[in-house]
Write a protein that binds this ligand. Structure first.
Ligand code: UN1
Length: 499
């Protein structure tokens, strides 16, 4: 059943602005005949107005008691809880993730809101010692100003909340630009902020593509850019931001995450973890595994079981409770994955499951792809083992020793997520210490992070703190505050105070 069409609007300084001439449509990835809504294509002027609104609201919001700021999030939590089902349904229609996954995502967003509310009455700085006994020294945090929140389609509700939550509770204001593939759920989220009574100008929304994103990034009144998305866009944001000396860019970009299945692995658990890592969300999580490294002692048996499980995964309608995974987000994504499937073949892969477009009559109007699984020896110049396909495309790569597995794992430009399947604590520790990653898992898939943990990677995956609770450091400026309780000046480092 389709949903009523959304009338898209920007939200600036507490007002919903009707669309002008230039609009774009949000189309369901399950059925290209289903229009979710029509949205205004943001202009540089819209971006400018939204930043100006955030700037105007900043002084008042910053001075509002932290506890009152946090209480807005308590109201928001109750509204999200009430709306869980309708949000999940809209999300499933708009981004094609299964209803169960969409519910989990709404709950993940809710967890962030609850976490942020909880921090309202928690300590917000530290008291440190001074060399001089009459001096008290404090580390305090100040909000940085207006934060640009630029988010992807694949977590259109939770990722914005990971960013907006810590930003706003710390006293910043925000301009939010949702992905142009999921503007409907982005707008719905802002409606909930409005209902929760966040003051005018504290949260602003502009719709549109890279043009409006770039206008935000070029605006000197933006103090922080929080970004999750592709490496190319993230890198462009970093380059443009180099012109602003005190701007922080926290970027979470690509990955070629992996599961490492060791010789001693519990095979059932290993197969399950590797299937979830590669194919949940059709491989479209930033943490999805594009590589399964498997000990050469067990790879034959592992590959047999893995391929037979991958073949029986149900790809289909996200609203059908029996579906394991839904479509890809759009045709560009489909073409990219098909290109990597072909590349793997050209690079000498042994194809174990030859996935591709699903053309059966019920799914032909959507972007449905079945899993593609192949086996290939590691070698540094093999592109399909290094580059991100962002879809249901996964390599099984044999390794001889655990040290080889470390070397193979690290041999990409990325470093986001890693899971190791082993019963041996020394093995586990080796991978923890030697692999380059942001999120590490043992006997689990390499997806499924929780909001109170840091989230972000290294190398071309970004700079480690764009999303989830660890973000507080990116959206605040730490200040040292030192007070003398003596009646005369005494200096640290033995520095003379006599004049
Ligand atoms: C993302 O893929 O962009 O760790 C975020 C996970 C989710 C978040 C993924 N909690 O799989």
């Amino acid at each position: 059943m389709s949903l009523p069409r959304i009338v898209g609007k920007h939200f600036v300084a507490g007002h919903w602005l009707p669309a002008g001439q230039d609009t774009f449509a949000s189309i369901s990835p399950s059925n290209r005949n289903e229009v979710i809504g029509i949205f205004p294509a943001g202009t540089p002027e819209n971006a400018h107005d939204a930043v100006a609104a955030g700037k105007a609201a900043f002084p008042g919001w910053k001075r509002t008691s932290r506890i009152l700021r946090a209480e807005c999030f308590d109201r928001l939590a109750r509204i999200i809880d009430r709306e869980t089902d309708s949000l999940a349904r809209l999300m499933a229609h708009e981004c094609g993730k299964t209803l169960a996954e969409c519910r989990a995502e709404v709950i993940e967003g809710l967890h962030m809101v609850q976490y942020v509310f909880g921090t309202g009455r928690m300590p917000i700085g530290t008291i440190v010692a001074s060399e001089i006994d009459e001096k008290d020294a404090f580390v305090r945090r100040k909000p940085k100003g207006v934060v640009a929140v630029i988010t992807p389609w694949n977590f259109p509700f939770a990722v914005p909340l990971w960013m907006l939550g810590p930003s706003l509770v710390e006293g910043n204001t925000a301009v939010f630009k949702p992905s142009e593939d999921t503007p409907g759920i982005g707008q719905r989220l802002v409606e909930l902020f409005v209902e929760a009574d966040f003051p005018e100008g504290t949260i602003n929304l502009v719709h549109g593509d890279g043009k409006v994103g770039e206008a935000l990034v070029r605006n000197r009144d933006i103090s922080v850019v929080l970004f999750t998305g592709s490496y190319d866009v993230g890198h462009r944001i970093q380059q443009l931001s180099a012109d602003f000396p005190d701007r922080i860019v926290a970027a979470e970009m690509g990955s070629k995450s992996a599961v490492i299945v060791c010789e001693d692995a519990n095979l059932d658990l290993g197969v399950n973890a590797a299937i979830l890592s590669a194919f949940k969300t059709s491989g479209q999580r930033c943490v999805s595994a594009g590589r399964i490294l498997v000990s050469d002692k067990i790879i034959d048996e592992f590959a047999k079981r893995y391929a037979s499980t991958a073949k029986r995964l149900r790809v289909g309608d996200p609203l059908d409770p029996l579906t394991f995974t839904g479509p890809l987000i759009n045709d560009t994504a489909v073409q990219k994955v098909l290109g990597y499937n072909q590349l793997a073949k050209d690079e000498g892969a042994t194809v174990l499951v030859d996935g591709g477009r699903i053309l059966d009559s019920k799914l032909k109007d959507g972007n449905f792809l079945s899993p593609f699984v192949y086996r290939l020896e590691h070698s540094s110049h093999v592109r399909s083992l290094r580059e991100e396909a962002f879809g249901p495309h996964v390599a099984l790569i044999p390794f001889k020793t655990n040290d080889d597995a470390v070397r193979i794992y690290n041999d990409t430009d990325y470093g986001l997520s890693m899971a190791v399947i082993t019963e041996n604590y020394r093995t586990m520790r080796l991978f923890r210490e030697e692999c380059e990653f942001g999120m590490g898992y043992v006997n689990l898939p390499c997806i499924g992070a929780e909001v109170h943990l840091p989230f972000g990677g290294v190398k071309k995956s970004g700079n480690g703190h764009p999303s989830a609770a660890g973000l507080v450091d990116a959206v605040t400026h730490k200040v040292a505050w030192t007070v003398n309780h003596g009646t005369e000046i005494r200096m640290a480092q033995g520095l003379s105070a006599s004049v």
